[in-house]
Design a protein around this ligand. Structure first.
Ligand code: ATP
Length: 141
């Protein structure tokens, strides 16, 4: 049986950690970044890694992303790129699109264009760590 396929767009600290963990969990992961060095660093760890601009419609189409089960937009700083990549993935018909937001407003835009799950890494991690600290017996890391 074919395992789930994930695409991770943006291999910064967040994206590369997420992508490596998905591979450890046994999934197929395609990593995409416009920066060649970031792709080189991850190419051994991921199922596939390609240098591509995720805001280029033709490029995104040619990567066959519509057949993936889930695509995660892990671009943060460049809000325009994050929004364009997310909308292209939604338009292609990717089943589940997840995107990282750097601010509340960025998150609102991502929600409005139909992103299925918006993640606020720092905020979400803060909540998680607080909960872990409140229950020291919880073996969750
Ligand atoms: P992190 O905190 O995860 O390191 P960051 O928010 O500091 O991320 P960003 O500038 O958001 O870093 O970029 C994350 C990655 O996304 C970078 O490696 C960058 O090259 C890549 N990236 C940015 N724009 C695009 C794009 N249009 N297409 C593909 N990759 C992109």
């Amino acid at each position: 049986m074919k395992g789930k396929q994930y695409a991770v767009i943006g291999l910064g600290r967040f994206g590369s950690s997420l992508a490596s963990e998905l591979v450890s969990l046994g999934f197929e992961v395609l990593g995409i970044d416009k920066d060649e060095e970031s792709v080189d660093q991850m190419s051994e760890k991921l199922t596939h890694a390609v240098v591509a601009d995720a805001t280029d419609e033709e490029v995104v189409r040619s990567l066959g992303l519509r057949n993936f089960d889930c695509a995660i937009v892990a671009i943060g700083d460049d809000i325009q790129a994050s929004i364009l990549a997310a909308i292209l993935l939604k338009e292609l018909g990717v089943k589940m699109v997840v995107a990282k937001a750097l601010s509340e407003l960025h998150g609102k835009v991502l929600e409005k264009i139909g992103v299925d799950r918006v993640i606020f890494p720092e905020r979400d991690m803060g909540v998680r760590v607080a909960n872990q600290l409140a229950s020291p017996n919880l073996l969750d890391y």
